[in-house]
Write a protein that binds this ligand. Structure first.
Ligand code: WT7
Length: 654
């Protein structure tokens, strides 16, 4: 195999033809630099405001921001009604592709508006008021997006709970937010089988006992399976929404009206309800979607493969694309349903032009092999995006080559549930990219990499010794979180205490500057190891390992070492065609590869060849559990693992 050591360019300048038609230009940076608040005011004015704002930012109560003060708007009106009023009601908003092949539906903006109005009328009829919380526990069906927009239309907050989460996770989120309504479906299709969902809702509500805040459960019929039923409390979507009036006048709400809660895990066990509000969130969602993905609403077919249970699904499926009047694909299933060709078939079927996915998906495709793509026409693709974790240069190049015909821009977008929208990313047509780097803050955004004392780091060489620092956001941004639900202290402590003196937001990520001052995000700071006083990122070692032609996936953790402080412990999945090489030979080769790619200091102390890695349902590797294995400890909480049985195999490899 020659994949690893082919001469690959390290700089990817924009294609002149792409640049000539790009939405963004270099001038965007200058404009934001010259007057940041005026720049954001201009972006906010791409939206329709019922009452114009009188002040762009009020930061006097930091870290609680108010953006577009005095302005009033309706988020759902901005995502649907205004497009219909502008005469594009016949444009497809959603090409919905169900998991079962052939189960598909196109929904125009007019149809979406009618359905959102019907749902809003139904929710109001069930007693829902502005400020109330609604838990949405649904698969990737159009009704899930309709439900979110119906909440927004009424000024109620949605709390979408990923449908792969357990009843107890749902219960905790219902309880924390005191949700009065749950919107769900009878069940969901997962890898060809119908699995129950409504039953889990009942279990969650039952376990809340006398403290149950839920008054109604609204149920979409998706699989046709039998469901447990409580008369008076439970109602079918078909019997209510489908018969409701499609006339609904949207009410304008304050720019700071809470829009949603989204729970995310932190360093402690209790999930944090991250709160986002309306005007600022929608402004940045819309602006970044338009410029980072170069969206031409009249011609593009955009596809974000995320689930609405994550922030990516909120910002880059629900609010960003719809606020821009774009056409998008929403797909219900996994990349391997019914087989590994599915994503390629969906791209071909709809002529997808912009594809946004996660590095873990890219590496899965790498594992399956590029031959899979060869039988498909992917020429409609003109831009690729990545999000969720650092994308290793090898995967970046493979993605561009196999999906993008070695021609399309690849935008590596860094952001978080907390930031609400993309923050650090190339601008396609403008930025010269380095594979593996998210490059620089978007126009209007300010970020720095600093040391323990808050001093900004200097650029470091692309290869050799790196200095790692803390990634901070030193200026407020429109889509920033407005707090953690019900826990002001935890909000201050988690994000604003590390650099309290300077008033900066600490993102929890380690990063370094490259030779051109571009940003390399290295992952969460607790994923940075300390070996003999050298800081080494788990992501960097993993990148070196998966850069080897024989490795499909790798996870690296630091384990206590009496000599060096921490020792590097690696878990790797090998590609099938390398199985013929002896295990010991392979391990020796991999250690040498890491020494070559980073430094001998980064050479793993141990490498375990494993059949599978422990992952959460969202695809994040659970390093905490691998650390337990590496340290020979009892396993910690495995409840969020996709497949708890992987540990037997991993243990056997030790
Ligand atoms: C954390 C946030 C943003 C939506 C999905 C994840 C990591 C995210 C990148 C990237 C390097 C990245 C960071 C961040 N991350 N995107 N492009 N390069 N790291 O949202 O679950 O809130 O996770 O994901 O560590 O802090 P999330």
């Amino acid at each position: 195999m020659t994949e690893t050591h082919v001469e690959a360019p390290s700089l990817y300048p924009p294609d002149p033809e792409f640049a000539a038609n790009a939405n963004a230009t270099e001038a965007l940076y200058d404009e934001a630099e010259a007057d940041r608040l005026a720049f954001w005011a201009k972006q906010a004015n791409r939206l329709s405001w019922d009452t114009p704002f009188t002040e762009v930012l009020d930061w006097s109560d930091a870290p609680f921001a108010k953006w577009f003060v005095g302005g009033r708007l309706n988020v759902a009106y901005n995502c649907v009604d205004r497009h219909v009023e502008a005469g594009i009601g016949d444009r497809v908003a959603i090409h919905w592709e169900g998991e079962p092949v052939g189960d598909a539906r196109d929904i125009t903006y007019s149809e979406l508006k009618d359905e959102v109005c019907r749902a809003a009328n139904t929710l109001a009829g069930l007693g829902l008021k502005s400020g109330d919380r609604v838990a949405i526990y649904m698969p990737m069906v159009p009704e899930a997006i309709v439900a979110m927009l119906a909440c927004a239309r009424l000024g109620a907050m949605h709390s979408v709970v990923f449908a792969g989460f357990s009843a107890s996770a749902l219960r905790a989120r219902i309880e924390d937010a005191q949700a009065t309504l749950v919107i769900t479906s009878d069940g969901q299709f997962r890898r060809g089988k119908a699995a129950p969902l409504k039953a889990g809702v009942d279990e969650a509500i039952e376990s809340l006992g006398d403290d149950n805040p839920v008054r109604h459960v609204l149920v979409v019929r998706r699989t046709g399976m039998d469901v447990p039923w409580t008369d008076g409390r439970d109602v079918w979507w078909d019997d209510t929404v489908s018969n409701a009036s499609a006339e609904h006048t949207p009410e304008a709400f304050d720019s700071e009206q809470p829009l949603f809660l989204l729970y995310t895990s932190g360093t402690t066990g209790k999930p944090k309800g991250i709160m986002h509000t309306s005007g600022g969130y929608l402004t940045q969602a819309s602006y970044t979607h338009l410029n980072v993905f170069d969206i031409k609403p009249e011609s593009d077919v955009y596809w974000c493969t995320a689930d609405i249970g994550w922030v990516t699904g909120h910002t880059y499926i629900a609010y960003g694309p719809l606020s821009n009047g774009a056409t998008q694909v929403v797909y219900e299933g996994t990349p391997a349903s019914p087989d590994e060709h599915r994503h390629f078939q969906v791209i071909e079927k709809y002529g997808v032009t912009v594809y946004y996915t996660a590095p873990t998906v890219v590496r899965t495709f790498m594992k399956w092999g590029r031959e899979l793509a060869f039988g498909h026409d992917l020429s409609s693709l003109r831009l690729l995006g990545s999000v969720g974790e650092p994308i290793n240069p090898e995967a970046w190049r493979w993605y561009r080559l196999v999906f993008g015909g070695d021609q399309t821009p690849v935008v590596d977008t860094w952001w978080q549930t907390e930031t609400g929208a993309a923050m650090i990313s190339p601008l396609p047509g403008v930025t010269t990219c380095k594979p593996g780097s998210a490059m620089r803050p978007l126009p209007g955004i300010s970020a720095k990499i600093v040391d323990d004392d808050g001093n900004e780091l200097a650029p470091s060489p692309d290869y050799g010794e790196h200095v790692t620092g803390y990634l901070v956001l030193d200026k407020p941004w429109p889509s920033m979180l407005r707090g953690i639900w019900g826990d002001e202290e935890r909000f201050r402590e988690t994000y604003w205490s590390r650099f309290a003196e300077q008033g900066w937001y600490f993102a929890g990520d380690g990063a370094r500057y490259g030779t051109n001052g571009e940003i390399w995000v290295l992952g969460r700071i607790d994923d940075v190891m300390n070996v003999s006083g050298h800081r080494i990122s788990t992501a960097e070692v993993e990148s070196a390992l998966v850069g080897h032609a024989g490795v499909a996936e790798a996870a690296v953790v630091g384990a206590t070492d009496e000599h060096t402080g921490q020792g590097i412990c690696a878990f790797v999945i090998l590609k099938a065609h390398h199985a013929d090489m002896s295990r010991d030979q392979m391990i020796d080769e991999l250690r040498a590869e890491v020494a070559r790619e980073i430094s001998p200091i980064a050479k793993p102390r141990e490498i375990h060849v494993v059949p599978e890695l422990p992952k959460t349902r969202s695809g994040k590797i659970m390093r905490r559990l691998l650390r337990d294995v590496a340290e020979g400890r009892e396993l910690g909480d495995t409840s969020t693992l996709l497949d708890p049985s992987v540990f037997e195999a991993i243990r056997a490899s030790k």
